[in-house]
Design a protein around this ligand. Structure first.
Ligand code: UDP
Length: 386
């Protein structure tokens, strides 16, 4: 076993986002000596936030809004933060008209007017039920002329161009679960998420991570690519850390293809470029996020003050420009879910399967479109299994 701080490390965790950090904390509390190896110069993965030069708390890797129905996840994270009680609302800018997103009954009235809106509302309720959540691709299957009209509006003005920007594919070409994240809501609820628990860490995500990782059994090495320290012996199913056999658990949360030098192929991802802008005004826009669903090259503008509740002069916004992921100078934000890519990922899973103490966890390692709560849920499940 390797020694750090004079103690024997029995668990290695690659990556310090929600996946790695959650596992680290639980195992540390069980008495394990945990070492986290983090490639970046900071903890927290893509949820990392920091104060910009104007003093505004910003999410460096794009907006992250916590929401969950899972009380265990909520309770676990609540040990490390208090919450700013924020219910996320998004509006779309459709040729200058501002409409609530997800498309809901308020949107229906704005778009079709009260009179026609009421008729369509009744038809939607009769067909799907009150408070139903209907994916756009589902709505399109309706035979009703009225519902078809709604579906066509939603498809063309909310999904088509935004999805083309985000994925360079049409809504019907991306995995159905992707557009189903933003269903048509048969209710007057303007919130983006309907989950029981939602909010942002009161002092920011980075602070949450600092609290979570502040444990005597956790050691963190930043600025270190674990690939340089780990060697796999495929003949004998042994893993070496710094040339010594490592027999403890290893939780890997990075990009598995890159880790193994793309030997089984490079997994496709979508990346993003962010433009931050600061304005000497109280607010730039009317809601935390405005989606540009029919125009502009960016998909959305996020104004952080809404999300964080920070009271400060001036405001900082971020514009998101989707781009092709070429290599690791970019960040692989989104897995591109289709059968071919999932099959390629599965080959990596099969390749590491004989190493029974090597676990893949998180958005990258599992090549999944996880929300924060999904990752923490998986992390907690893994700790129960270990
Ligand atoms: N989407 C869209 N228009 C919108 C919002 C979402 O077309 O106004 C589609 C788009 O394909 C997007 C997906 O729904 O990638 C999921 O949206 P979500 O807001 O959940 O994306 P995330 O916040 O994870 O980037």
């Amino acid at each position: 076993m390797i020694e750090t701080r004079g103690e024997k490390v029995d668990t290695l965790i690659i990556g310090s986002g929600f996946a790695g950090s959650s596992v680290a904390r639980v195992l540390a509390e069980r008495g394990h000596k945990v070492k986290i190896i983090e490639k970046r110069n900071h903890i927290g993965g893509n949820c990392y936030d920091e104060y910009d030069q104007y003093g505004v708390l910003v999410h460096k890797y794009g907006p992250h809004i916590f929401h969950t129905n899972n009380k265990e996840v909520y309770d676990f994270l609540s040990r490390f933060t208090k919450w700013y009680d924020y219910s996320h609302e998004v509006v779309g800018n459709v040729y200058g008209k501002i409409i609530p997103i997800p498309f809901n009954l308020n949107t229906l009235m704005i778009v079709f007017g009260e009179e026609k809106g009421q008729l369509l509302k009744q038809e939607l309720i009769d067909t799907y039920g009150e408070n139903a959540r209907v994916p756009i691709l589902e709505l399109q299957k309706s035979d009703s002329v009225g519902i078809q009209e709604v579906a066509q509006y939603v498809y063309e003005n909310i999904f088509l161009k935004y999805t083309m920007k985000q994925w360079n594919q049409k809504p019907e070409e991306v995995d159905q679960s992707v557009t189903a994240r933003v269903p048509v809501l048969i209710s007057y609820d303007n919130r983006y998420f309907q989950d029981t628990y939602q909010g942002l860490p009161l002092e920011g995500y980075t602070k949450l991570f600092e609290n979570m990782l502040d444990h005597e059994n956790i050691e963190i090495e930043l600025n270190r690519d674990a690939k340089l320290d780990l060697t796999f012996d495929f003949d004998h199913h042994k893993i070496y850390y710094k040339n010594q056999e490592f027999t403890g658990q290893i939780i890997f949360t990075g990009a598995i293809d890159e880790f193994f030098d793309n030997q089984l192929g490079q997994l496709p991802y979508r990346s993003l470029r962010f433009d931050f802008e600061h304005y000497p005004e109280d607010y730039y826009q009317s809601k935390g996020v405005v989606n540009y669903t029919v125009s502009e090259d960016y998909t959305r503008i996020t104004e952080f003050k809404y999300l964080t509740g920070q009271v400060i002069d001036g405001t900082t916004i971020i514009k998101e420009y989707p781009e092709v992921y070429k290599d690791n100078r970019q960040v692989p934000y989104y897995a591109i879910l289709n059968s071919e890519n999932i099959a390629m990922h599965q080959k990596y899973v099969d390749m590491v399967k004989p190493f029974s103490r090597f676990h893949l966890l998180g958005r990258l390692a599992q090549y999944k479109y996880y929300n924060i709560d999904g990752i923490v849920e998986e992390a907690l499940a893994l700790t129960k299994q270990l």
